[in-house]
Design a protein around this ligand. Structure first.
Ligand code: PRP
Length: 185
């Protein structure tokens, strides 16, 4: 496995900027859900790092659950707009105040499908908290109620975002230099 320094073009969001923003998001959620039953739902796998740091910055009681989605498409990063539920939630969300936690919103298809699916289960409320919004790439309009950073259309990795399943554990968001990165077979 290659060292990320070999193809890192730049750090788009460094660790302290990331953590400061997550602290603010945690404060906002703590305020907004003070008298509610906050239930965070993380969409695997990319949302995991964000979820755990966000939880540490939420100072009201809250619960968590996980779901996994897979998109059909030609090639790993190509989205056709169709998604499939590969792992469902453990708990019922009826009458709960749900906040979906995502690492990145790109075309918006994943979020649109998940929102459609979850709203059928009659939560008391359903909001979205996404760390990164690649707004230029949007193909379907989706609401982002809590947004960490709006980012340009670049190949980003780290802090939950993978390159061929690696580098998710890095504490910052990096940009890949496409001239230096060769996918491994
Ligand atoms: C990423 C990300 C979102 C989705 C956003 O997941 O975590 O769920 O893509 O893309 P969209 O807005 O174009 O639908 P990915 O499918 O890469 O899976 P992962 O979280 O397991 O890395």
């Amino acid at each position: 496995m290659r060292d990320y320094h070999d193809f890192l073009q730049k750090k788009l969001v460094d660790e302290s900027t990331l953590q400061a923003r997550i602290e603010s998001l945690g404060e906002e959620l703590s305020r907004d859900y003070k008298d509610k039953s906050l239930h965070l739902i993380c969409i695997l796998r990319g949302g995991v790092m964000f979820l755990t740091d966000l939880m540490r910055n939420i100072n009201i009681p809250h619960s968590i659950d996980f779901m996994a989605i897979s998109s059909y498409g030609v090639g790993a990063r190509q989205s056709t707009g169709q998604v499939r539920l590969t792992m469902d939630l453990r708990d019922d969300i009826q009458a709960r105040d749900v906040v979906l936690v995502e690492d990145i919103v790109d075309s918006g298809h994943t979020l649109a499908s998940v929102l459609e699916l979850l709203s059928l289960r009659k939560p008391a409320s359903l909001k979205v908290c996404a760390l990164l919004d690649k707004a230029e790439r949007r193909e379907v309009d989706v609401p982002i109620d809590y947004c960490g950073f709006t980012i340009p259309n670049e190949f980003v990795f780290g802090y939950g975002l993978d390159i061929d399943e690696y580098y998710r554990g890095l504490p910052f968001i990096g940009v890949v230099n496409p001239e230096l990165y060769q996918p491994e077979d």
